[in-house]
Every structure is written in C-alpha cells, then in structure tokens.
Design a binder for this molecule. Structure first.
Ligand SMILES: [Fe+2]
Ligand SMILES: [Fe+2]
Length: 345
C-alpha cells in the first residue's frame, strides 16, 4: 500500500473484519491474564504529568546516531555543522513519526482484539491496552510536533501494519502485534532511552516501556495456550503469517520506497540524493557490503525470534524459511527475558 500524505485520513485495504465474539459466561479466567489486567489498571498514568516545559534541542543527542546506517554514514560527515544538525533533526522526527504510526497500529489492533478474543479477561486486557496505546499516541504526537512535522509512514511499516490489521485469524493478529511490532518497539525504546540526552523523552519512554512490556507478556502468555487449541490447518496459517511478517521486517531499509523519507530530508538540507546514491554505491564497492538496517536485524534476532520460539511457532515445517533469511531459529531468549523481568517487576 502506498501511504497517503499525512494531511488526510486513509482507509487501508484491510480485507478481513475482526469477528465479534461475545463471552456470556463472565467467568473467572486464568490468573496470569487477570493479574496483567489488574496491573494495567493500577499502572495507568497521565501524559500531562510529564514535564512538557522541557526545552528540546532536536539536533543534539535525542537518539543514538548509529541507529541508522544512512544517518551515521561516513560520507555525510563532511556536511557543514548547521546542515548536519538540520539533517539529524529531520531524521529524528522521521524516526519518531514511524513509532507514532506504529502506536496507531497498536490502538487499531487492540480494539480489534477486544472484539475478537473469546474470553472476558482477555477482552478486558485488550481494552486496557487500547487505553495505553491511546496515551502512547498522545505523548509521541505531542513530542514529534514539538520537533517538526509528522512524517509519512514508511512503505515497509505500512505493509507490516496492514498485514496485522487485516490478518484472517485473531491469533495471527496477536502474533503480529504483541510479539513482533511491540517486541521490536520495546527493543528500540530500550536503546533510545539509554542513548538519549533528552530528559522528557527518557521519562516518556520509561512509562511507555512499562506498558509495552505488559502487552508483550500478555501476547506470550495467551498465545501459548490458544495456539495449541487451533485446527492444524489454521495453526499452519499462523506459522506462515509469522514467516511473512519476519520477511517484511527483514526488507526494511532495503526497499527503494523506504528511501523516500531520507531523500526528502537530504533535499531539505541541500544535498542532491543522486550524489548521495553515487557515494553510497562507492562506499559499497569499497567495503564489500553495507548492512542497511543493522538495528532491525538485532531486534529480529534478540526479540522476535525468541518470542516466536517461545510460543511454539518455529516448527520443523517453517524452520528453513527463517534460516534462508539468515535468522537463527534456535534463538537465545536472554535479552528478551531480561527486558521483561526488568519492566514487569
Ligand atoms: Fe504502544
Ligand atoms: Fe503496546
């Protein structure tokens, strides 16, 4: 899907409506889902309580410059100081805009899950998550607007979100959102929080990460049970969905359409994108290869692969698909578990 300009609403070509499933029993569900819901209720926070009077300098250390190969590229260093500061500021606003769009995706999917999950307690958790995501949209949109304009969603992000919103099974939506989109977000927030020089962003991320850790924990817990209850054919569809999602993420930064944002930022600071491309090619020739999205690969390996393995989605049938994408199907879960432990304490 080609993203519409950011000044208008867009209907994504989602083709499968989330089924409305009622639970008339209102019985006592499992302890873990109930505990996560109660935790969500007791940990609600107010965006207005953050220090919005804090003066943000978008050009100085808001995010780790090494997060993106394009921004940290050697051949961009000769830019003049003001040109470089402007370029960094634009790229930071672009990165945070993508996070903001991901948060809107999480709001849409958590509302769908409240409608489709078959148990009362799971519905309550999804509803509480929707409130969390509403707050995340509030804080990130406020923050991005303090920096610059909101940038359009990247083509790959649009594809990923559309896959999740339009997935045929709500089990696949849980995999796509709670394990993949939110798992990667959690990893990126953790790195951003450690790297930033901005007190406001650090405080904001502390609260957002606590919420996201609950969302990831719920997905992990609920999927372990419900995947084993699925018909084998439906379950195979969910396994294939996870493979497709990883493939889509793997392509982030490699798709020429994803370059549109960085090209616009280069033009804005007076750098000719064609000259930039020529230098990129020269760099490739000199160094043999350049990983265009190294941080994405780290997140896939440290967070997504262990998450999928934990809920039993890396089966013998699909293992070779991950290996073909250079991803270790015997992924080590320590990074994911450490992150969860520190945030869910
Ligand atoms: Fe969120
Ligand atoms: Fe979330």
């Amino acid at each position: 899907m080609t993203p519409a300009p950011v000044d208008r609403a867009q209907r994504m070509p989602a083709h499968a409506a989330a089924p409305a499933i009622w639970d008339w029993r209102y019985g006592v569900g499992d302890d873990k889902t109930q505990a996560l819901y109660k935790k969500a209720v007791s940990e609600q926070w107010q965006a207005d309580h953050l220090n919005w009077a804090y003066v943000i300098d978008p050009a100085r250390g808001l995010l780790d410059p090494g997060r993106d190969t394009f921004i940290d590229a050697e051949f961009l260093r000769p830019l003049g100081a003001s040109q470089r500061e402007e370029f960094v500021a634009l790229c930071v606003a672009d990165t945070l805009s993508q996070i903001l769009h991901g948060e809107q995706g999480a709001l849409l999917v958590s509302c769908q899950l409240a409608q489709s999950l078959p148990d009362k307690d799971a519905k309550l958790f999804a509803a509480a998550q929707a409130m969390d995501e509403a707050r995340h949209i509030e804080v990130f949109s406020r923050y991005v607007r303090r920096l610059r304009q909101v940038f359009a969603p990247a083509a790959t992000l649009c594809r990923v979100l559309d896959k999740v919103v339009s997935a045929r099974h709500w089990q696949a939506q849980l995999v796509g959102m709670q394990i993949m989109v939110e798992g990667l977000a959690l990893a990126n927030f953790s790195k951003a929080r450690a790297a930033t020089n901005c007190d406001l962003l650090r405080d904001l991320l502390k609260f957002v990460m606590r919420d996201e850790a609950r969302h990831v924990a719920f997905g992990n817990h609920y999927l372990k049970t419900i995947l084993s209850d699925m018909h084998p054919d439906d379950r195979a569809e969910v396994e294939d969905f996870a493979v497709e999602m990883v493939k889509a993420y793997r392509g982030w930064g490699r798709d020429p359409e994803d370059m549109a944002g960085i090209f616009a930022n280069l033009i804005q600071v007076g750098v000719d994108p064609l000259d930039y491309l020529a230098r990129l090619k020269a760099n490739l020739a000199a160094n043999g290869s350049i990983d265009l999205a190294p941080k994405m690969m780290q997140g896939l390996e440290a967070i997504i692969m262990p998450g999928l393995k934990r809920v039993g989605l890396i089966t013998d049938r699909v293992r070779h698909c991950y290996l073909a994408d250079e991803l270790d199907s015997a992924a080590d879960a320590r990074t994911l578990e450490d992150l969860e432990k520190s945030l869910l304490a």
